[in-house]
Design a protein around this ligand. Sequence first.
Ligand code: RET
Length: 275
Amino acid sequence: AKPTHTDSPGPIPTVIPTPPQFQEIGETGHRTLWVVFALMVLSSGFFAFMSWNVPISKRLYHVITTLITITASLSYFAMASGHATSFSCTPAKDHHKHVPDIGYTECRQVFWGRYVDWAITTPLLLLDLSLLAGIDGAHTLMAVIADVIMVLSGLFASQGETATQRWGWYAIGCVSYLFVIWHVALHGARTVTAKGRSVTRLFSSLALFTFVLWTAYPIVWGIADGAHRTTVDTEILIYAVLDILAKPVFGLWLLFSHRSLAETNVDVGGWWSHG
Ligand code: RET
């Protein structure tokens, strides 16, 4: 029959909005951040202690390396106490194939304090390696600037709202990272030979250790922050292990080798110390 205005309009179609999915830190992640904070403080104290009887003119690596772990302590304190973090929300697809793909928003906790840490500490780590290899100021500066662009690209990628923003910045970061490897690892392998066999051997091992470790960061970023395929806690744990290897373990290795190998000394000139 022809409907009239007196007929019931039927059920009103309703759209139930899908609530955003939150991915955030749990107990394990929280505890991990505090543990790494403590380890970074201990390492800073230990590195400062190691420089105690070393004349100022031979303390350049000690100063740089201690600053690296002090910076990490500050950033881990911020993250563990719940600072330096925000939620980054992106449109997500439903991974479950049996339900229609309605799409929803995924909000993942991002610790932007990491990027502040990396922007300070990765240039200092590169400085340690550049001084060891006897790389000139020009190449060191180019490497440091490419490195800062790499870290800031990672920060922008982590805050991006669209796939273009996120993966675009990620790609820019990866290209910058190639410049870093070129200027420090490849160029350094050439300049270090002037410092003799022992320093060459030390630089080769340290640089290999460094760049294998560093390459894990963009891989972890892609899986965890880019594709959201791990929990926030797993991400915290993996970065914790990498950070401990890249900072305190790297520092111990460098400072102990420096102690027993006079050829690692850097000609620091009159501005650094007068004696
Ligand atoms: C990002 C994302 C963008 C592309 C690339 C990255 C590389 C990060 C690296 C970080 C190293 C950190 C270290 C911390 C010290 O403890 C920013 C993840 C290439 C190499 C060594």
